[in-house]
Design a protein around this ligand. Structure first.
Ligand SMILES: *Cc1c(COP(=O)(O)O)cnc(C)c1O
Length: 393
């Protein structure tokens, strides 16, 4: 038995779309496009620059922005850091208070921790039991010192969708900058920086069938002229993110965004039906609890906790499925998921949790295999330690 596990970890990363791979490969092998896009004095540089600018337009179009407001980064981690640290520092003359949530990605939370160690005050809002941050709670947290609010669109562990437009309106009314980590939403839901009053947004190509190592920060220049850079060097990306722009990477991200724009709605309909099939199948087992508000969940994520089983045993028993415990970003330490703990889940339930995440290649047969594997694993664990169910539940 050497069959590969069923891949249900698309929230950790997606495979590269074949059209994206073709566009990148064509760029890499094009004898006229290898120039440095900053070399404006010759045709080689200008050919590369034209591709970079076309890709910038494709990324901007996906989120209702103008191309000039897109800055290339190495991914959403860097975009989050640049947004949170760079915007807070840029506005530090106005105040030194930042508002975020306990359920944010570590790239935001740890950037906030860094600010805290450097003279800022950070408020980390608790979600309700479904993982939702009430816009009224955001409003109540604002003080005259607040310069930035950072709330993600879709949570990477539990999939809940925040009411970004309402939170954006609150921030706009109080002239506070609003950053949104949209890494987990852009491939699945409409993102419109104008309609949703977003001032800064983070994107990652590898979450939308593009290559790893490339992302973007959207910066609303009507609201914030610049951010304090985190790196120093040549003047690329208007000095906000120096370093030679990797033409083939940004071409890949641009193509990935173009493809997403054309199929996002259809994909979400098909994928959410498969996700519902998965939940119907595994939720039929007693003691399997769904994490996060099911009415406000993105199409591709299903997070569950299992009563009466031990987390590590559960994950080992599910070796036939490529899934995550919590999120890929936090599995390097073995603390229980902070996101699930913030929803009020016990230590046992936070540990005995599984995140399934679906993608374009996922089929009904994959889902049925996942359901059967899950039933087998939970049944086996409960059979060998039947009393644990009572003790831990
Ligand atoms: C994946 C992810 C990131 C990090 O993206 P990278 O491309 O790995 O830097 C940040 N935020 C969220 C919500 C994510 O899902």
């Amino acid at each position: 038995m050497t069959s590969w596990p069923v891949y249900l970890d698309y929230a950790a990363t997606t495979p590269v779309d074949p059209d994206v791979a073709r566009a990148m490969s064509a760029c890499l092998s094009d004898a006229e496009a290898f120039g440095n896009p900053a070399s404006r004095l010759h045709a080689f540089g200008r050919a590369a620059e034209a591709r970079v600018e076309q890709a910038r337009g494709q990324v901007a179009a996906l989120i209702g922005a103008v191309a000039d407001d897109i800055i290339w980064t190495s991914g959403a981690t860097e975009a989050d850091n640049l947004a949170v640290i760079g915007a807070a520092r840029y506005r530090s003359g106005v105040g030194r208070h930042v508002v975020t949530a306990l359920t944010e990605h570590p790239a935001v939370l740890d950037a906030c921790g860094y600010l805290e160690r450097n003279g800022f005050t950070v408020t980390r809002l608790a979600p309700d039991a479904g993982g939702i941050i009430d816009p009224a709670v955001v409003e109540a947290a604002l003080t005259p010192e607040t310069v930035l609010v950072s709330i993600m669109h879709v949570n990477n562990e539990i999939g809940v969708i925040q009411d970004i437009a309402a939170i954006g309106a609150v921030c706009r009314a109080r002239d506070v900058l609003f950053h949104v980590d949209a890494a987990q939403s852009a491939a699945h839901l409409p993102v419109d920086v104008m309609v949703q009053s977003i001032d800064l947004a983070s994107l990652s190509a590898q979450k939308m069938y593009g290559p790893k190592g490339i992302g973007a920060l959207y910066l609303n220049r009507d609201r914030i002229r610049r951010v304090e850079p985190l790196m120093f060097g040549g003047g690329q990306e208007r000095g906000l993110r120096p370093g030679t722009v990797p033409t083939h990477q940004v071409v890949g991200m641009g193509e990935a965004c173009r493809i997403v724009a054309g199929r996002r709605t259809k994909d979400a309909t098909r994928i959410s039906a498969l996700r519902d099939r998965l939940w119907t199948g595994i939720g039929a087992l007693p003691g399997v609890l769904r994490n996060g508000d099911p009415e406000r969940c993105v199409a591709h994520i299903l997070n569950v906790s299992v009563t009466g089983v031990e987390g590590e045993s559960l994950h080992l028993a599910l070796h036939d499925l490529a899934v995550s415990a919590g999120s890929a970003c936090t599995t390097l330490d073995d603390a229980p998921s902070a996101v699930l703990r913030s929803l009020g889940r016990s230590d046992q339930l936070a540990r005995a949790s599984v995140r399934f995440s679906l993608g374009r290649p996922t089929t009904a047969a994959d889902i049925d295999r996942a359901i059967a594997t899950f039933h087998g694993a939970v049944g086996h664990l409960r059979a060998i330690a039947p009393s644990a169910g009572i003790a831990l539940a």
